[in-house]
Design a protein around this ligand. Structure first.
Ligand code: ZN
Length: 315
């Protein structure tokens, strides 16, 4: 009798816990009919866009499981999907705008780094040419001077040699001018490289500062607090893209099947929005949870439902 009493109390506590903290549909009954309940226009998406995201979220389950009877949209449904706009979406929108800004800055950095690299390689090429031409010029000029000196000591060059020496002098002069132009080009390039380097350092410094600020403010684990499921009400609080809305809806729709969280970070029913791929599909763990909740015999499904409660299906 005492054993029976404690069993009854035990179930009572579970049921009460279920009622207060997480009033789930007690057991998976297919199809789950849902409709849009409260829809706050502040989210900046139309009702049609919300419906498209719901269709995609539905497809995550139905296509992965190869059946089309899991969810159905019905105006007088028990499950309502509410779009509730509050500070969570404001914060998400702010984070998204900073993320975009960072991505633009990151791209700008990359362009700068690429340009810097190109100029440095151009500089190196010209510098090799400059050094080699300068060294050749200097040795030819020395040779020329020595020859002129030799003929001067002999009292002057004969006319044909004189002409040859003159044309060599002109060639050397023109080569020197050309080498000087190359030197100027190198100076210009070096100035450009330094300027870009300074600008790049400035940008990178600013970028890193902002990334750190962003990480401090926003980049904690993305728990599924962007939505929650409270027995017959799915509330959506924040999303920054169609993809993210689909993920949140698919996760919360999973809870409406009385499915709890599973352990694989790639799973739709993992408690964090983490390593799930997009387009989303179900993992084996998701499918097992579905089978347990919706395809077993009544006893197993009831067990699954209690397990789900124990796993803390809050979000
Ligand atoms: Zn959840």
């Amino acid at each position: 009798m005492r054993a029976l009493l404690s069993l009854v109390i035990g179930f009572g506590v579970i049921a009460l816990g279920n009622y207060w903290f997480n009033p789930y549909l007690p057991i998976c009954r297919l199809p789950v009919a849902y409709s849009i309940g409260n829809f706050d226009e502040a989210f900046n998406i139309s009702r049609e866009e919300a419906l498209l995201a719901l269709e995609d979220a539905e497809a995550v389950w139905e296509e992965s499981l190869g059946r089309d009877d899991i969810f159905v949209y019905k105006d007088d449904s028990l499950v309502h999907i509410n779009f509730i706009y509050d500070e969570r979406q404001q914060e998400a929108a702010e984070a998204e705008s900073i993320r975009r800004d960072l991505s633009i800055r990151g791209d700008a950095n990359e362009v700068l780094v690429e340009l810097h690299g190109r100029l440095v390689s151009e500089y190196d090429t010209y510098n090799i040419e400059y050094k080699s031409r300068l060294s050749q010029y200097e040795s030819e000029q020395d040779e020329y001077n020595a020859e002129v000196e030799r003929y001067n000591q002999q009292g002057g060059a004969p006319p044909d040699v004189y002409e040859k020496l003159e044309s060599e002098r002109e060639r050397l002069d023109s080569e020197r001018r050309s080498i000087n132009e190359l030197a100027e080009k190198l100076t210009d390039l070096a100035a450009q490289i330094n300027e870009i380097g300074d600008k790049g350092n400035e940008l990178v410094g600013e970028y890193n500062l902002r990334v750190n600020q962003f990480n401090d403010t926003f980049a904690q684990g993305h728990e599924y607090t962007q939505g929650d499921y409270r027995g017959r009400e799915i509330n959506v609080y924040s999303f920054v893209s169609h993809e993210e809305l689909v993920m949140v809806l698919a996760h919360e729709l999973g809870h409406s099947l009385a499915i709890g969280h599973v352990e694989n970070p790639q799973s739709m029913m993992y408690y964090l929005m983490d390593e799930q791929p997009y387009p989303a599909t179900l993992t084996d763990e998701d499918k097992e949870a579905f089978a347990l909740a919706c395809e077993g015999n009544f006893g197993l499904r009831l067990l699954g439902s209690f397990q789900a409660v124990y796993n803390g299906l809050i979000n």
